[in-house]
Design a protein around this ligand. Structure first.
Ligand SMILES: CC1=C(/C=C/C(C)=C/C=C/C(C)=C/C=C/C=C(C)/C=C/C=O)C(C)(C)CCC1
Ligand SMILES: [Fe+2]
Length: 570
């Protein structure tokens, strides 16, 4: 049994796991000594299945060697590995573990994210443009077998074949290529409006989310519907497109973060023509989404609000209508605007809608203060009268203080050139209160003083067993200022308003992903997994104890991995 000490003072330093490495922890709370419990080994819902025998021989494929300086693209030279493209398409091998992986942790952690930001001599502009790169950590009896592989989307295959950008990415539009005087390439010029609205020129580069459906299929996602791609979570091979069998694919856009349980999947399909959202549900094992209901946008703006994610409670779906809205003129523009495909319309109001999962009826639609969020954390129903009837919905999100600058901060040039400068705009945990009594207005408050997590807050996870339920702990990327990007991992106790942070100088950790221990009776009994990109060009997987938030193990990759977005246990 391991025992880890929680730091009591802000900015205290002590050695963890290795005498040669100093880990800085800063924490503003004083929970005291925590015991790491590893004695129960009950199979876990997600991580119970052993993925392969420990006797399997693993031959590490050669690690990517750094490119010769002259071959490096100007844009990437000397920048942090978090913003540097992966140097080869795939790698697989065993990692050496420092510390101890809990014996109950078996199965695959799979992370998706952009990982290649150049093609031919063209450097991409924005973090979200990069080609999807999957990273796996296969936990097996205390060992970690790891790897990465680029997703074989049509966009990536076409780019490789033609050595140029062929589809519209988040901020990039393919340039017209004049093949001869009378013939232009099919992705440019006249007819582009038709191709855009038919979705033909849009990317299928599924670089954002990854989900495991109730029937075991693993799907990578982006916000275009055609960017729904099945993968093999063990080999990381691309299996093929997820073919929806429901006639809803005409709508082109979807939320990048469906909510998945063992029995069903919920997602939102924005309607760009009659501004609104379809709320759809798909049974596990099916490819057919049924429309449960439709929400009309409240604002008079042309486009619906951007919907990267949303939230559910036990009985309701919470649908955000942000003032950051899809803009048809910006969708059609070849050159990116300051807000890319979107526009900021606070004058038209900000709203949240609540739909009954059972009937599809919109039971609440409230105006709230302006907000900017990409990631909802969780939501739940509150019964203030104690009669078993929900009176209020609480919905928490990573909220960027209604400031759209975060989008531009994530431009690669900015990320690469501002390392060490304190230029990251502030963010917080935004808590919405949505009354279910027909009131016109909802509230938006700061759940926990943002200073406690360095005024950064995004890339969140919770104990998945608390989805849609009253909950206490949020794991997310916070910051140790000065920084230009979230550079810490934070555990936020939203009940006691306390925060524990993990930070090491020069490191950029990805989403802290919480995995509950089988048989746990406490919400924070489990581990937190993240992959850290190092300032010196390396990278490692890190495991923190979910309760004490102390490091319990790390395992170094033989090369540097760029920043990645979201993960799933398989
Ligand atoms: C390709 C097109 C689109 C794609 C949209 C995509 C790929 C959106 C991805 C959004 C992501 C990854 C958001 C993540 C946010 C993370 C944050 C704010 C982290 C902050 C750290 O502090 C559309 C725009 C849908 C339309 C046309 C084409
Ligand atoms: Fe996301």
């Amino acid at each position: 049994m391991a025992s880890l000490i929680t730091t009591k003072a802000m900015m205290s330093h002590h050695h963890v796991l290795s005498s040669t490495r100093i880990t800085t922890h800063y924490s503003d709370n004083s929970i005291g000594e925590q015991q790491l419990k590893t004695k129960f080994q009950v199979p876990h819902r997600f991580f119970a299945r052993r993925i392969f025998g420990v006797t399997r021989a693993v031959i590490n494929s050669p690690a990517p060697s750094p490119l010769p300086e002259k071959e490096k693209l100007e844009g990437e030279r000397r920048c942090h590995v978090a913003w540097t493209s992966v140097q080869q398409e795939k790698w697989e091998g065993e990692l050496t573990v420092q510390g101890k992986i809990p014996t109950w942790l078996n199965g695959t952690y799979l992370r998706n994210g952009p990982g290649l930001w150049n093609i031919g001599d063209h450097d991409f502009r924005h973090l979200f443009d990069g080609y999807s790169t999957l990273v796996k950590l296969q936990f097996d009896g205390g060992r970690i077998f790891a790897g990465h592989r680029l997703l074989e989307s049509d966009a990536y295959k076409a780019a490789k074949k033609h050595n140029r950008l062929c589809y519209r990415e988040f901020s990039e539009t393919p340039k017209p290529v004049i093949i001869n005087r009378n013939f232009k390439n099919p992705f440019s010029g006249i007819g582009e409006i038709v191709r855009l609205f038919s979705g033909e020129s849009l990317t299928d580069n599924a670089n954002t989310g990854v989900i495991k459906l109730g029937d075991g299929r693993v799907m990578c996602l982006t916000e275009t519907q055609k960017g729904s791609i099945l993968v093999d979570h063990e080999t990381l091979e691309t299996i093929g497109k997820f073919e929806y069998d429901d006639g809803l694919s005409d709508h082109m856009i979807q939320s990048a973060h469906p909510i998945v349980t063992e029995t069903e999947m919920w997602t939102l399909i924005p309607d760009l023509v009659k501004p609104g959202y379809r709320v759809v549900r798909m049974e596990a094992g099916s490819n057919k989404r049924e429309v449960v209901g439709r929400v009309r946008c409240r604002s008079g703006s042309w486009g619906p609000g951007w919907v990267h994610s949303f939230a559910v409670t036990e009985n309701y779906v919470v649908i955000p209508e942000m003032p950051l809205r899809y803009s048809v003129k910006n969708l059609l523009r070849a050159e990116p605007t300051p807000l890319y495909k979107f526009e900021w319309c606070p004058q038209d109001g900000a709203f949240l809608h609540v739909m009954s999962k059972l009937t599809g009826e919109v039971v609440a639609s409230v105006e709230v203060p302006a907000y900017v969020t990409f990631h909802f954390i969780n939501a739940y129903e509150e019964d203030e009268n104690g009669d078993g009837k929900a009176t209020v919905i609480i919905a928490d999100c990573c909220e960027h203080n209604a400031d759209t600058r975060i989008l531009d901060m994530l431009r690669l040039h900015t990320l690469r050139s501002s390392h060490g400068h304190d230029v990251l705009p502030d963010a917080r945990i935004g808590r919405f209160r949505i009354p279910l009594d027909g009131s016109k207005y909802g509230k938006l408050e700061t759940a926990v003083e943002a200073e406690k997590h360095g005024r950064a807050m995004d890339m969140c996870s919770i104990n998945p067993l608390y989805l849609g339920q009253k909950y206490r702990y949020v794991y997310a990327c916070g910051a140790k200022r000065p920084c230009n990007f979230p550079n810490a991992l934070s555990k936020v106790d939203i009940v006691d308003k306390k925060v524990k942070n993990w930070h090491e100088h020069g490191m950029i950790p990805s989403e802290p992903f919480f995995v509950p221990r089988p048989g746990a009776t406490h919400e924070d009994d489990g581990v937190v997994i993240s992959i850290v990109s190092e300032e010196n060009g390396g990278s490692f997987a890190i495991l923190l104890d979910g309760s004490s938030f102390e490091e319990i193990a790390r395992a170094k990759f033989p090369y540097g991995l760029p920043y990645g977005l979201h993960a799933v246990p398989c």
